[in-house]
Design a protein around this ligand. Structure first.
Ligand code: SF4
Length: 328
């Protein structure tokens, strides 16, 4: 019974998830290696929370999001949604799952069919899944468009007639149409002007409350994630290196990579200025990751053993997990 109670707190559980892409070479195009885009991540999402997944471009966070939603097939590991193993779902079972898990993409223009009117774009998922009667469909879509802050006549317009922020609102309305339980938002504001970003973020926050949503919020910008998230996971080179409550991670970052990311956030009050940690070198290729700790070639605190031994994600404080040999 106790175990069941713990399970039901989590909407999503990801265990040792891997997503590798084969690298082929030579005349016969034989497999010569793997790009380890996601290399063994484990995390849980509590019902109703926002989990921010953050890291530099190319760290594997978008691949992780798409693998968790089962847009990509995992190479290894397990994904549980509401306690059910969804790792290997296919066909109609996978199609049914899509009603509960939806995505909002970075580039709203690329993800909206330019030849369809907005009314059709938003009603398409409802029609595909046979939801709502025909007579009520238009009313329902109108309500959704109004809820995301679009004007009434948006129904009859095409995506190119809207600004970037409005197009993202269309994408959000479409994602909400089936009343999903989980939304994976992959860099939903990074293609938008800074002035519009906060409006879209505030809308997402309001909708989360109203629709009782759980959000996996993927971003490269820690300051954006901070305002959205209850908990944060930091990714580096396909690995989760730190997971904690948002407040803890900003107040007391443990991993040297997180410390460097946080030191780079501009401070509005110059008196709070802490010394910026500049990392040397570039992120190594996920095709040929370093041995030992994946961060060791760039880590200002690296020790001799860091190049041999791979640290595990361990709890160092309550609900604060870190993958670093300094804490083992
Ligand atoms: Fe740095 Fe070593 Fe910790 Fe890796 S394990 S983050 S290299 S101190």
């Amino acid at each position: 019974m106790a175990n069941d109670a713990v399970k039901s707190e989590h909407l999503l559980q990801v265990q040792e998830l891997k997503k590798y892409y084969p690298v082929r070479g030579g005349f016969l195009r034989r497999k010569v290696g793997d790009v380890k885009a996601v290399d063994n991540i484990s995390l849980e999402l509590k019902r109703g929370e926002t989990f921010g997944l953050v890291g530099e471009s190319g760290c594997g966070k978008s691949t992780a999001g798409r693998t968790i939603t089962r847009l990509f097939k995992p190479t290894a590991g397990k994904i549980f949604f509401e306690g059910r193993d969804i790792t290997s779902l296919r066909g109609s079972e996978l199609r049914d799952l899509r009603q509960d898990i939806q995505m909002v993409f970075q580039d709203p223009f690329a993800s909206l069919n330019p030849k369809m009117m907005v009314g059709s774009i938003v009603s398409e998922p409802l029609i595909n899944y046979g939801k709502g009667s025909e007579s009520k469909l238009k009313e329902e879509v109108m309500n959704l468009l109004s809820r995301v802050g679009l004007p009434e006549d948006a129904y009859y317009k095409y995506p190119h007639e809207f600004s970037g922020g409005q197009r993202q609102r269309i994408g959000i309305a479409r994602a909400l149409a089936l009343k999903p339980k989980l939304i994976v938002a992959d860099e939903p504001v990074s293609a938008l002007d800074v002035s519009v970003q906060s409006q879209v973020l505030n809308l997402l926050k309001e909708l989360q409350q109203e629709f009782n949503l759980t959000l996996l919020f993927i971003a490269h910008d820690l300051s954006v994630v901070k305002h959205m998230s209850d908990r944060i996971g930091v990714m580096y080179l396909g690995n989760l290196v730190e997971v904690a409550d948002a407040q803890d991670i900003y107040a007391d970052p443990k991993h040297p990579y997180t410390q460097a990311l946080i030191s780079a956030i501009p401070q509005p009050d110059p008196r709070n200025k802490s010394k910026r940690i500049i990392l040397s070198g570039d992120v190594p290729s996920p095709q040929n990751p370093p041995t030992g700790c994946p961060f060791h070639p760039r880590c200002p605190k690296a020790m001799p053993e860091c190049s041999d031994k791979k640290p595990q994600l361990r709890e160092v404080n309550r609900d604060h997990r870190v993958s670093c040999l300094l804490y083992e």
